[in-house]
Design a protein around this ligand. Structure first.
Ligand SMILES: C[S@@+](CC[C@H](N)C(=O)[O-])C[C@H]1O[C@@H](n2cnc3c(N)ncnc32)[C@H](O)[C@@H]1O
Length: 195
């Protein structure tokens, strides 16, 4: 078992290298590209995006169109990069930030690679459904026992959680952990809101 540190400390330390890690062939990060692929398939070209656990805001490099981004993240160092990409930022935990956001206040809500850090994923998902006007994209990594043991940040496996009314719900090899070398299976989920 490795010594555990907080997500804030881990991602503050990783921030300067995070985009290089995402682009590293060894990491083979597919989950953000897959999310962008699904999003484009449904022909969205403009609107407001809430990016939960936004990290450096890499998502905005991949979405083609006219979008305004707001990102929530616990790491101020990750958010500094998102700001450079034009994000408005909310430097709070997901648990504190989501209940403070108005109902139906963003066209699109993305939550990629960050649910495994929260205490109660169902509460977070309920807020996501409440906040999104048009569509939701979620990626949930499978946190195996080995991964939970070896990753420096405490995480849980929520990858089998029941998601209602998903239009797309399938698994890919999302990425390979740069710190543990373990390939991560990732569940990709797309939901449309019927207002
Ligand atoms: C694996 S990265 C994913 C970043 C980006 N969404 C992507 O897919 O490339 C996880 C991000 O979630 C953030 N994070 C972890 N736990 C969090 C929490 N409880 N509240 C807010 N952000 C959190 C981290 O700081 C980090 O930027």
């Amino acid at each position: 078992m490795v010594n555990k540190i907080s997500a804030e400390e881990f991602y503050d330390n990783l921030a300067a290298k995070y985009d290089d890690v995402l682009k590293d062939p060894k990491c083979n990060a597919q989950h953000v590209h897959e999310a962008a692929k699904i999003f484009h398939k449904y022909n969205y070209h403009q609107g407001s995006v809430l990016d939960i656990g936004c990290g450096t805001g890499f998502l905005s490099e991949l979405l083609q169109g006219n979008f305004e981004y707001t990102g929530i993240d616990i790491s101020s160092k990750m958010l500094a990069y998102a700001t450079k990409r034009g994000y408005k930022t909310i430097h709070k935990s997901i648990e504190i930030a989501l209940p403070e956001i108005d109902t139906q206040s963003y066209d699109f809500v993305f939550c990629l690679g960050s649910l495994l850090f929260v205490e109660d994923p169902q509460i977070a998902i309920d807020h996501v459904y409440r906040i999104a006007r048009q569509a939701i994209l979620i990626s949930i990594d499978e946190a195996t026992e080995e991964y939970i043991k070896n990753f420096a940040v405490p995480v849980d496996d929520y990858s089998k959680i029941t998601i209602k009314n998903a239009i797309e719900d399938y698994w890919i090899t999302g990425w390979t952990s740069p710190t543990t070398g373990i390939p991560i299976q990732t569940r990709m989920i797309y939901i449309e809101q019927n207002n």
